[in-house]
Design a protein around this ligand. Structure first.
Ligand code: UDP
Length: 323
């Protein structure tokens, strides 16, 4: 049985929907940002928090967990600057509880959701995993702290782990049953689609003076289903015992500017956006694009869905939201 912590959240729920086809899955989620309705019915569900040692003891004593996948984190850069305590308490403190409970119950396989925010503002076209981590906000730092703890736990306690550094996750499940729903929403693609669906007055572009061809920020958008498939590849490799503990980028290797994303949303929906050009948002690097060559080479995974497919799936979800 695989324990998926945070399996009611955006990325976790997409992973669970695919993973239940091949494994028994137990979801543990405190439902603070996740949605009960997003959890696939084939998965078992426990409502609880990894900060609570009693909950963890119950889970590890009563279920035959062979691996843990950890999606339960706060992930808003701006919020992490204003309230670092929330980020260090949950993303570091509670994750440490989880790792220690795993050790206690001899569960040694761990897949960790990390982030491109660990790189900070690298001045390179394509970011590969040899670029030194240098996070510039508490969110990125909280993720890097766990990455470092994992390396130490691996050498001291034989924990085996895979760290997956996501670039910009977007899109929705092909079934149309689950998708991206954050409250409040801060991410570019859902905000554009909400605007085009008439739920927001306009779409703001944060910064037009970046050192990029059209002056707006460039990001690497990756379909959430491609992310889910990468987790399943990583799980197979951990369970088959041939993978060394490692860190991998998850991206498409292709960057799109904010303006290009808006244009693609207009093409997919056939609707015209009302765009408002604003100041830069604090903490936004101008360009973040992954090299995902390492995971392709070592685990045979690569992203299969392009920006248009990402937006098509997200639009399908937006027009037919189930929760
Ligand atoms: N962005 C924007 N307007 C918005 C939301 C986001 O221009 O209303 C920009 C943001 O500055 C960044 C890109 O879109 O360059 C992606 O932002 P998002 O919040 O989706 O993801 P992030 O890259 O911050 O993780």
């Amino acid at each position: 049985m695989i324990l998926v912590v945070g399996g009611a959240g955006y990325i976790g729920s997409h992973l669970v929907k695919d993973l239940v086809m091949e494994e028994d899955v137990l979801v543990l989620d405190n439902l603070i940002t996740g949605h009960r309705e997003a959890i696939d019915q084939k998965a078992l569900f426990i409502h609880g928090d990894i900060g609570d040692p009693f909950v963890l003891k119950t889970v590890f004593k009563n279920y035959p967990i062979k691996s843990v996948m950890h999606f339960a984190a706060y992930s808003l850069v701006g919020e992490s600057v204003l309230d670092p305590q929330k980020y260090y308490e949950n993303n570091v403190g509670s994750t440490l509880n989880l790792l220690n409970a795993m050790l206690k119950h001899n569960v040694k396989n761990f897949i960790f959701s990390s982030t491109a925010a660990t790189y900070g503002i690298p001045n390179v076209e394509l970011i590969d995993e040899t670029i030194p981590a240098n996070p510039i906000n508490p969110y990125g730092k909280s993720k890097l702290m766990i990455e470092e703890i994992l390396a130490d736990y691996a050498s001291a306690y034989e924990m085996k782990y895979t760290i997956l550094r996501y670039f910009n996750a977007a899109g929705a499940h092909e079934s149309g049953e689950i998708g991206e729903k954050h409250v409040p929403e801060t991410h570019l693609i859902p905000l554009i689609l909400q605007h085009l669906a008439g739920l927001r007055k306009n779409i703001s572009v944060f910064g037009t003076d970046y050192d990029t061809p059209d002056g707006t920020c460039i990001r690497d958008y990756i379909h959430v289903t491609d992310l889910a498939k990468a987790h399943i590849s990583a799980l197979h490799s951990l369970l088959n015992g041939w993978n060394k503990s490692a860190v991998y980028n998850l991206g498409n290797g292709q960057g799109f500017s904010v303006k290009e994303v808006i244009e693609t949303c207009e093409q997919v929906t056939g609707l015209k956006a009302d765009v408002v050009y604003c100041e830069r948002r604090a903490g936004d690097p101008g360009r973040l694009v992954a090299s995902a060559e390492k995971i392709k080479r070592e685990l045979g995974w690569e992203a299969e869905r392009n920006l248009e497919q990402i937006i098509q799936s997200a639009w399908k979800w937006h027009r037919n939201q189930k929760y």
